[in-house]
Ligand binder design. Structure first.
Ligand code: HEC
Ligand code: HEC
Length: 264
């Protein structure tokens, strides 16, 4: 690189850094501004605390409330009476009118009880004690359901097509968040559950859907092979087992099954 170019690239790095710094300052300023703006609209005295300490500091209460919203994937207005389009000045935080707030209070009591009456008795001498929090169960949803339960209830409602549609919808919305597991084994477990119910076409549908996201999954190929075998379609079973062996040559069990099928 010529000296001139080196200087030019140095200068542009410095310029970029400057821009980043300005952005960073602007961002922090906005955060602080919106933070104090929110704080200013929330009353300083609390009138209806039944679980949290009555003299809790405002900043502490607000941080607990923010944790509620992110743990459950809801907003303040889901638990508190008010008009979100106007702002917190229109809120009556003390009111217990919304059912979700009373349920949340019940949960708050439950979590306190788990931590201070039950978990304390667990012997965890060597480790730091872990506490149960809202997010431990909720992981971003109001009702902490598992993806497998949601998918199986979609299946009971409308068969494999409904399950496939539900899976795609959930993946679109939640992929990358901590709410649902979209790993390789989920649809394999679902598929084998459906297989156990005797619905081979449904099971194949689940594994095919899985293959769209994990096209090289040997586990998925093997699973497909076993459905085809159960259906008496040896050709497709062999084909899928060959794929399983191809993608996981180190798993001798696939190879053994394949040899057995081919009558070797
Ligand atoms: C999942 C429901 C839930 C969400 C979401 C929620 N809160 Fe609360 N909030 C509660 C419960 C429950 C209490 C009462 C706790 C108690 O009884 O100790 C409470 C109490 C309060 C109080 C004290 C009211 C008083 O005078 O007694 C304020 C202020 C408050 N919340 C603000 C907020 C703000 C701001 C948000 C959004 C960032 C929010 N809350 C989100 C459930 C919720
Ligand atoms: C040990 C697991 C667990 C923990 C921890 C937990 N929850 Fe729950 N929560 C549940 C379950 C399960 C349900 C569903 C109950 C039902 O509707 O059948 C639920 C339901 C709720 C609901 C009602 C949702 C609705 O749509 O009806 C609210 C609100 C709620 N939890 C708030 C909280 C808050 C706030 C915390 C933390 C203080 C918390 N939960 C901690 C398991 C938990």
């Amino acid at each position: 690189m010529s000296l001139n170019k080196t200087i030019q690239s140095r200068l542009s790095t410095i310029k970029k850094r400057g821009q980043i710094m300005i952005f960073a300052f602007a961002f922090v300023f906005l955060m602080l501004a919106s933070h104090s703006f929110i704080q200013a609209q929330i009353p300083d005295k609390f009138e209806n605390l039944k679980v949290l300490p009555k003299d809790i500091e405002k900043s502490k209460l607000v941080s607990i409330m923010k944790k509620f919203t992110s743990a459950l994937g809801v907003r303040c207005v889901n638990c508190h009476v008010g008009d979100a389009s106007i702002g917190f000045s229109s809120f009556n935080f003390a009111s217990d009118e919304k059912e979700l707030k009373t349920k949340a209070r019940f949960m708050l009591n439950m979590v306190n009880q788990i931590n201070s009456e039950l978990l304390v008795n667990l012997n965890t001498s060597e480790r730091e004690k872990l506490k149960v929090q809202c997010v431990t169960c909720h992981r971003g949803q109001r009702r902490p359901v598992l993806i497998s339960d949601t998918l199986m209830s979609a299946y009971s409602n409308g068969g494999i097509d409904t399950l496939v549609a539900e899976f795609k919808k959930l993946r679109e919305k939640y992929y990358g968040s901590h709410t649902f597991d979209f790993g390789e084994r989920v649809l394999i477990r679902i598929g084998s559950q459906i297989q156990d119910l005797g619905d081979m076409t449904g099971a194949i549908g689940a594994y095919r859907l899985n293959a769209a996201y994990f096209p090289e999954s040997s586990m998925n190929f093997a699973q497909l092979a076993f459905v085809y075998l159960e259906m008496g379609d040896t050709t497709s079973a062999v084909e899928n087992l060959e794929n399983a062996v191809k993608h996981s040559p180190e798993v001798s069990w696939y190879k053994m099954q394949l040899d057995k099928l081919k009558g070797k």
